[in-house]
Design a protein around this ligand. Structure first.
Ligand SMILES: [Zn+2]
Length: 377
């Protein structure tokens, strides 16, 4: 192992990992590769605190098979086959599973790769004018990938687009934007990556007009928090935490304002918060509010087959409900970021959420379920 490069990889991972404007709830991943091996963040590891044990080392020779092999048509079977090939390429010891985005890191032709989901980048990536904004701001400097189901299909799409870009410009792309997802930035050194990230953020910042609503949060009190266990049998032993802020109030004002915050922008949003958020209209008494919430949560459960993680209280704020305090705070963090992004998308043509088919693909994806499980522990 090239120790200095791994130390550099750990440093750059922590640097971006602890910056909430780049990495929310442990999302994102980083890698370093030499001629024969690639070191990539393990699935479920947090960039912020990562050390050498948080990376998986794989053989690049063995990973190449993913680019050329013909896999099953059926999505579940195909992803299982790809996963088996990834596992087969692991050379490090331990039970760490490589990031689901490993094959994508492998085909980016630079030693260092830092993949993140920055709020400001996603303000562009989750907006109606994503592609146009990208072309206007970055021209030939960046590759834009329209939304594609994650996993193998996205990998193949990126593989083709990188090849096209490289033959056109005689140089592999260093900036790859993924619609409704985030960004990959690659370089010979991490200094080069830092420079590119700064330029990207500056260019996006220049397009953001007007004052932003205050996003600093206060604790929210509600009978729904005190009585969360009574709202649905599935909430037994669950933790509910409520928050309010100027930004939250803007979206929770009424059911019309909530339309711009009622579903997911990215696959990661679904991993942590599920894809649909439940609006609860204001009631005259606490008793009525509890009864109305019980009814609406039950209807939600019947229609989606799972319980809501985000309750949107009209005129009040938001309540996250999850298994433990850590996972509930993750839900609130990710959902609050959806609100920030939604507000910022107004500079780029307004919010563009994931559609029903895209959401269903994620809901059925085993790899994401594994990530969800790891994030809770
Ligand atoms: Zn990602």
């Amino acid at each position: 192992m090239t120790t200095q490069n791994i130390t550099t990889l750990i440093e750059v991972s922590r640097q971006y990992g602890k910056d909430k404007s780049f990495v929310i709830a442990g999302g994102g991943n980083t890698s370093y590769k030499d001629a024969t091996h690639i070191w990539i963040k393990a699935s479920g590891a947090a960039l912020e605190t990562i050390d050498e044990n948080g990376f998986v080392c794989l053989s690049r020779e063995k990973l190449k098979i993913v680019s050329t092999k013909t896999y099953a048509q059926d999505a579940t079977q195909r992803e299982a086959e790809v996963k088996a090939d990834l596992t087969n390429a692991i050379v490090s010891s331990g039970n760490n599973r490589p990031s689901v985005e490993t094959s994508m890191h492998e085909i980016i032709d630079y030693p260092f790769v830092v993949h993140t989901h920055p709020t400001r980048v996603n303000a562009v990536m989750c907006a109606n004018n994503a592609k146009k904004t990208c072309t206007d701001l970055f021209g030939d400097q960046a590759l834009f990938i329209p939304y594609t189901d994650p996993g193998y299909i996205l990998f193949k799409k990126v593989l083709t687009e990188i090849a096209n870009y490289t033959s056109k410009y005689s140089k592999a792309p260093q900036i790859i934007f993924l619609e409704n997802h985030g960004i990959f930035v690659a370089g010979e050194t991490t200094d080069e990556i830092n420079g590119l990230y700064s330029t990207i953020m500056e260019k996006i910042d220049h397009q953001i007009r007007g004052d932003q609503l205050n996003a600093s949060q206060q604790d929210l009190k509600s009978v729904l928090i005190d009585q969360v266990q009574n709202l649905h049998p599935g909430f037994k032993d669950f933790v509910a935490i409520g928050k309010s802020s100027q930004l939250i109030s803007h979206f929770m004002k009424d059911s019309t304002s909530f339309q711009k915050a009622n579903t997911a922008f990215t696959p990661d949003d679904i991993v942590y918060c599920k894809a649909y958020y439940l609006f609860l209209p204001a009631c005259n008494t606490d008793q009525e509010l509890v009864a109305s919430a019980q009814e609406r949560i039950d209807a939600y459960y019947k229609s989606y087959g799972y319980l809501p993680k985000v309750l949107a209280l009209e005129g009040k704020g938001i309540v996250g409900v999850e298994e433990n305090t850590k996972s509930t705070l993750n839900v609130l963090e990710v959902y609050s970021n959806i609100l920030l992004i939604s507000q910022l998308t107004e500079n780029f043509g307004g919010p563009k959420f994931m559609n029903k088919e895209q959401i269903e693909f994620i809901d059925n994806w085993e790899v994401e379920n594994y990530r969800r499980k790891m994030a809770k522990s």
